[in-house]
Design a protein around this ligand. Sequence first.
Ligand SMILES: Nc1ncnc2c1ncn2[C@@H]1O[C@H](COP(=O)(O)OP(=O)(O)O)[C@@H](O)[C@H]1O
Ligand SMILES: [Mg+2]
Length: 317
Amino acid sequence: MITTKDIDVIVVGELNVDLILNQISTFPEIGKEILAQQMTLTLGSSSAIFASNLSCLGANVAFIGKIGRDQFGEVVLQSLKAKGVDTNLIIQQPNLNTGATVVLNFDEDRAMVTHPGAMNELRLTDISPAQLSRAKHLHFSSYFLQPGLQKEVRELFILAKELGLTTSFDTQWDPQEKWDLDLAQILPYVDVFLPNEKELFKLTRKNTLTEAIAALPEKANTVLVKMGNKGSVSWSKGRLLSMEPFLNEEVVDAIGAGDSFNAGFIYKYIQGASVEECQRFGNLTGAVSTTAAGGTTAFTDYNKIKKIAQEKFGYAL
Ligand SMILES: Nc1ncnc2c1ncn2[C@@H]1O[C@H](COP(=O)(O)OP(=O)(O)O)[C@@H](O)[C@H]1O
Ligand SMILES: [Mg+2]
């Protein structure tokens, strides 16, 4: 089967909306009511933020995911389309709710409650090899939020490799905190593994970066550890590279910083850039994300990204 690769990156992942509550006086308590002075309803989900921001950077991005046939589903579709993401492969299932996350923001940190709805229901059988083979790269995110795909994710990565795609994987946080994932089974088929520091510690059952990296499977390829306002560390072909952040001392919020890092990294990666170059650009797009509310606001259009990169971080795009 010879297919033209007309898609740069195909994203397989979860889709939901975020209801973000800001400027909250204190942490809520059962039986009491508190006020949030500001609120936004926006496209949520790690995978969607990644797809939108990558598209905004200039890559050709398509999405495979599952939503309901409801108002939140429309918000998801319209938001992705507005950013130029191809939504034709998104499945709308009438008997399911589109997932939603309520986010409570406290300075640089946040507490979240998610109703997964349709996110639970995406299966490998929903992903056609013919569609997958149209893409140059597969990104899969939020392993622990997609029980329907957990047993099949190894197969998905193997299929992608067989179809000639490069691959990346961000597990994201495990809300159940069981961290039941055998990295040795999966990482040989993952070209770029993108956990944050806390997630890497949980996944490897280690407490320091040195130990966690040493505990990675022998067949792991490139690993990028996102370290919040400490920047990032990459491990590739036995080489460890720690890179300072483009520090933003006036963080609006950190929602989607990791996904924006992933978008920047993969944007350069699909162009064949070196790990160092990809990592620097990931640090930049992660930092850009922290300059505006939510995960996609700083990425409204390419010129805006360019302006923030130049004026705030002295980086010429
Ligand atoms: N305050 C900040 N200033 C500059 N860059 C930041 C800041 N916070 C995060 N970043 C960048 O965004 C990347 C991802 O953020 P991080 O919080 O580590 O990811 P995640 O959202 O997955 O937890 C970091 O590796 C860093 O490059
Ligand atoms: Mg993350």
